[in-house]
Design a protein around this ligand. Structure first.
Ligand SMILES: [Zn+2]
Length: 523
């Protein structure tokens, strides 16, 4: 792929400024923010070490420079451009390593797998070492007879000590201000970060539903581990809860059993029985680590620990101000260019599409009639079909059940307009990974069914055909999840996840529009 120039990349993102003063917070809460900020900054330094230990101090140095390169470092948290698979834009620095600093530099995936397999012959002790090596929260090193695991909390003990102290101070202030639940949670979180035992803090976080702040801090997502997809990057989200909007989502949640019924579960498949799955709407006040690197998440669903998910549940957080900023910057201009003259995409239906997408991930077929797990049965095709399922499931709820179950009612055209624009926003980031491929499937399906019609680069929406098309696609995706083998799933994806010349041309024609936002926080 041809290299962009730095200036072009920087101009493709629009800076958006947020100040904590835009959100009304009681004094008891805002007094704790400086300590939380310090804790987040310490976690951010650990993220820099994880990305590439030998570059961390250079990055902190270079991001102070006032030239373009300095701005690039500051915006992307290093010389690596996430949109191009972390290719380096600093001639003095190589591309980001696929395994970042999680593994010895020369370790290959094949060597890792062979080694952990061989450990099974070493009985109980070998099995334990295997678990440590495979843990999302250990670094790997070499010693004389193989690989060893270094727990994150030991590798980053100094920084975690600092985080612990700052979180304790914040907890004291919150406790004095009568926010005991939040204070308790912060103390558990502090403890987790210095001991490496995260389960209790993660569980408490899911249970904590009426706090004014959301504090998510620690190693969570494994997206950055391009070698084995196992090791978690540190990140942090500091958010103020939007109680009014969260309350509206609570109503939807209250109807979850009824909504789950509507989701197709063909061929004798069964859904998963979930525990708690609260949805929170919140405003981001500050971030750290992976969450500070574009392209920023506009929503997340945590924790990933399957024990907590199975025994306690999970929490979904919609980041309202970030979603709104992204929509205004990237989706709005795309809509104006792709839709018929004078048509716009509106934010509210888009917001609920995202909410219902997240909800849909937990619904539909989880187990097949023979008891096997859907994700294991579909191998590498699972995530593509699952993303497409969540999109169409969310859209179906909005189109079929709007006005009921706490779901607001929008006109079909309005929903499909923001859907189309959001699809193109996502396809611009590449059509290789799961979300991109899912979008291609949906877009081609809608063209085929006449829900979208292309007319000279613009799109005409047919409400009735679009609505039926979504419904049919949802059924087909659920059927594939319930009964297809890998070959059939692969053939379906090969047929539908294709970009024809005209689509490639349309995507190219958007290249002058902003890709996304740079978030700037004042705390
Ligand atoms: Zn998703």
């Amino acid at each position: 792929m041809k290299k962009n120039n730095i200036n072009h990349i920087l101009r493709s993102f629009e800076p958006v400024h947020f100040s904590a003063s835009q959100v009304e917070l009681p004094e008891a809460i805002s007094a704790a923010l400086p300590h939380l900020k310090s804790a987040f900054d310490a976690v951010h330094r650990v993220f820099l070490l994880q990305q590439g230990e030998e570059y961390a101090s250079d990055i902190m140095e270079k991001e102070r420079n006032t030239d373009e390169m300095g701005e690039f470092y500051r915006r992307f948290q290093g010389p690596w451009y996430p949109v191009e698979d972390y290719r380096s834009y600093d001639p003095q620095v190589p591309d980001r390593r696929r395994g970042c600093s999680f593994y010895p530099e020369d370790l290959t995936a094949a060597e890792f797998h062979e080694y952990v397999e061989s450990l099974e012959q070493r009985g109980e002790e070998g099995h334990k070492l295997r678990e440590e090596l495979e843990s999302p929260t250990t670094l790997l090193g070499r010693d004389s007879d193989g690989l060893r695991a270094i727990p994150y909390h030991q590798a980053y003990a100094e920084e975690m000590g600092e985080v612990f102290e700052e979180l304790e101070k914040a907890a004291d202030i919150l406790q004095d201000g009568g926010r005991e639940e939040l204070a308790d949670y912060l103390r558990l979180r502090a403890e987790a970060l210095v001991t490496g035992a995260y389960r209790e803090a993660d569980s408490r976080w899911v249970e904590l539903q009426d706090a004014e702040l959301e504090v998510v801090l620690g190693p969570y997502e494994v997206y950055s581990d391009g070698l084995l997809g196992r090791k978690a990057m540190y990140e942090g989200f500091l958010l103020a809860v939007d109680r009014e909007r969260s309350g509206r989502l609570k109503e939807i949640e209250g109807h979850l059993p009824a909504l789950a019924e509507f989701f197709p579960k063909p061929a004798g498949s069964k859904g998963a029985v979930g525990g708690l799955a609260p949805m929170i709407v919140a405003w981001e006040l500050y971030n750290a680590g992976e969450a500070r690197q574009p392209i920023y998440p506009a929503a997340f669903n945590l924790p990933n620990d399957s024990w907590v998910r199975g025994n306690v549940g999970w929490k979904q957080v919609m980041i309202y101000n970030v979603m709104q900023a992204k929509f205004k910057t990237a989706t709005g201009p795309i809509a104006r260019r792709l839709l018929s003259d004078g048509e716009e995409a509106s934010f509210e239906p888009f917001f609920y599409e995202v909410v219902l997408h997240e909800l849909s991930h937990g619904l539909g077929p989880a187990y097949r009639a023979d008891g096997s797990e859907v994700d294991a049965s579909l191998g590498t095709y699972y995530s593509i079909l699952e993303e497409a399922k969540a999109d169409t499931g969310g859209l179906s709820y909005l189109l079929e059940h709007g006005g009921k179950y706490g779901i607001p009612e929008f006109e079909t055209e309005e929903v499909l307009r923001s859907y189309l624009a959001a699809q193109f926003r996502s396809m611009r980031f590449g059509i290789q990974e799961a979300h991109g491929a899912a979008n291609l499937i949906e877009y081609n399906w809608m063209l085929d069914r006449g829900g979208f019609r292309r007319e000279g680069g613009r799109h005409v929406i047919d409400a009735e055909k679009g609505r039926q098309g979504i419904k049919d696609l949802l059924h087909e995706l659920c059927r594939l999840q319930a009964e297809a083998d890998e070959q059939e799933a692969g053939a379906f994806i090969a047929r539908w996840a294709r970009a024809d010349d005209e689509l490639v041309k349309i995507i190219e024609s958007l290249s002058d529009l902003p890709i996304d936002v740079f978030l700037e926080f004042e705390l």
